[in-house]
Design a protein around this ligand. Structure first.
Ligand SMILES: Cc1cc2nc3c(=O)[nH]c(=O)nc-3n(C[C@H](O)[C@H](O)[C@H](O)COP(=O)(O)OP(=O)(O)OC[C@H]3O[C@@H](n4cnc5c(N)ncnc54)[C@H](O)[C@@H]3O)c2cc1C
Length: 388
């Protein structure tokens, strides 16, 4: 008998909750990561936003399950992971944006999402002091929330150990040899391991891992920077997503940005550059903070005197259409991909971990098969996700 049922490559946003779900279901799991401890790839770069408010059924379904797991974690397992149900909001400052958001809301409501349109006055009550000039209103989805990516991944990691998962840290996967439908050998810079199945959860490096199995997965990481302030008393409610690209020449190189106040009272935020910066460089730039701060203060002047404690830079492992790639390779059904999480891997992780477990144990439901159609590795990637 082989020592492991499943080897997961990557102890990140997807790999760790997947190991937890697999081990809970009596699968013998080994997780291999090149870094020193769980969540040291892109997981710790996430700002902690968790929403079911997406534009398609598959992401909505997975994230609804993730929200169940994040929101009940402390009650069920005891650890505080910093969960707060602060909701998400997408304010609109043009009639065109208001229409787009309202049209999308019809689809979102048809998937039973708890989301509504707030008038400018109603929105001002949630975010007192928000710039009211030209504000047309905002979506508000009170069931969405946030939690600390560091606390959450550690909670999932320790739970997975309790269920029997094993980990090898500081080991880089260098080769994969698929020997048939139920035998795969994974070589690292320190050893060689055999299992029935392998799950590629290598985030920004997913394409390289895919190539080791003869696949060309269209996953390209691009740069995003984030920052966090000192903690202060709570002074606004939801995550605020400003979808507008900047029209001010001083900040013109930026697209949308988003921010919220976490459970500790810190404001945490990030920005999407207009011209994507591809690659895995992760040194902070001197451009990000002045750019995002100018825009945030113009939108919400109450932020003016907050002190920023730290900035960082990470990546979204992007796919051409903004949807993840989840499913087995055609030629090798025992090589499963769970990659291309874009800007949402942290929120997708727990729900996806359970779906991957059902895939491994051959217990996929009709609902899962429907989700997997949207995440199919062999789709044509011509679609577009509005909130990617
Ligand atoms: C600024 C910023 C803000 C973000 N905010 C949010 C947010 O609010 N909510 C949200 O859901 N998402 C957010 N994201 C996106 C989120 O961080 C990613 O989508 C997510 O972490 C990707 O998860 P993953 O498991 O695919 O990759 P990772 O978490 O990066 O895990 C992959 C792991 O694979 C390992 N690995 C790779 N290659 C090898 C190899 N050859 N051998 C061994 N190990 C290997 C890596 O070391 C890494 O630990 C944000 C990202 C950034 C940069």
């Amino acid at each position: 008998m082989k020592p492991f049922d499943v080897i997961i490559i990557g102890a990140g946003s997807v790999g760790v909750p997947t190991a937890m779900a697999l081990a809970e279901n009596k699968q013998r799991v080994l997780v291999i990561d090149a870094l020193a401890s769980p969540g040291q790839g892109q997981n710790k770069k996430a700002i902690g936003g968790i929403r079911a408010t997406h534009s398609d059924k598959a992401k909505i379904t997975i994230c609804q399950r993730s929200i169940d797991i994040f929101s009940t974690w402390q009650e069920v397992h005891g650890d505080d992971i910093g969960w707060i149900q602060n909701g998400y909001s997408f304010p609109a400052y043009t009639d065109e944006d208001a229409k787009k958001l309202k049209d999308l809301m019809v689809i979102q409501k048809s998937f039973n999402l708890d989301i509504d349109w707030l008038s400018p006055g109603e929105y001002q009550k949630l975010v007192p002091g928000i710039n009211m000039e030209n504000l047309k209103g905002s979506t508000y989805s009170p069931g969405d929330g946030s939690a600390s990516p560091l606390l959450a991944i550690n909670a999932f990691y320790f739970k997975s150990l309790e269920y029997g998962a094993q980990y090898k840290f500081q080991e880089k996967v260098t080769d994969i040899l698929i020997l048939g439908d139920s035998e795969i050998k994974v070589t690292t810079d320190k050893g060689r391991y055999t299992a029935d199945k392998v799950i590629n959860a290598a985030g920004s490096h997913a394409r390289l891992i895919g190539q080791m199995a003869g696949l060309d997965l269209p996953v390209e990481p691009d740069s995003h920077e984030g920052a966090i302030t000192e903690p202060v008393q709570r002074f606004f409610g939801p995550m605020i997503v400003d979808l507008r690209p900047s029209r001010d020449p001083a900040t013109a190189d930026s697209s949308n940005y988003y921010f919220y106040q976490n459970n500790e009272g810190q404001v945490i935020f990030c920005l999407t550059p207009k011209h994507l910066i591809q690659g895995t460089a992760d040194e902070s730039t001197s451009v990000f903070l002045p750019q995002v701060a100018k825009r945030m203060v113009a939108l919400f002047p109450k932020l003016t005197n907050l002190k920023v404690r730290r900035t960082w830079r990470g990546q979204y492992p992007m796919t051409p259409d903004g949807f993840p790639i989840v499913g087995p390779a055609k030629e090798y059904p025992n090589f499963i991909n769970a990659v291309g999480m874009c800007g949402q891997g942290y929120m997708l992780g727990p729900g996806l971990g359970e779906l991957l477990t059902r895939m491994v144990t051959n217990d996929l439901t009709d609902g899962d098969l429907d989700v997997l159609k949207h995440f199919n590795p062999y789709r044509d990637f011509s679609g577009i996700e509005h909130f990617k």
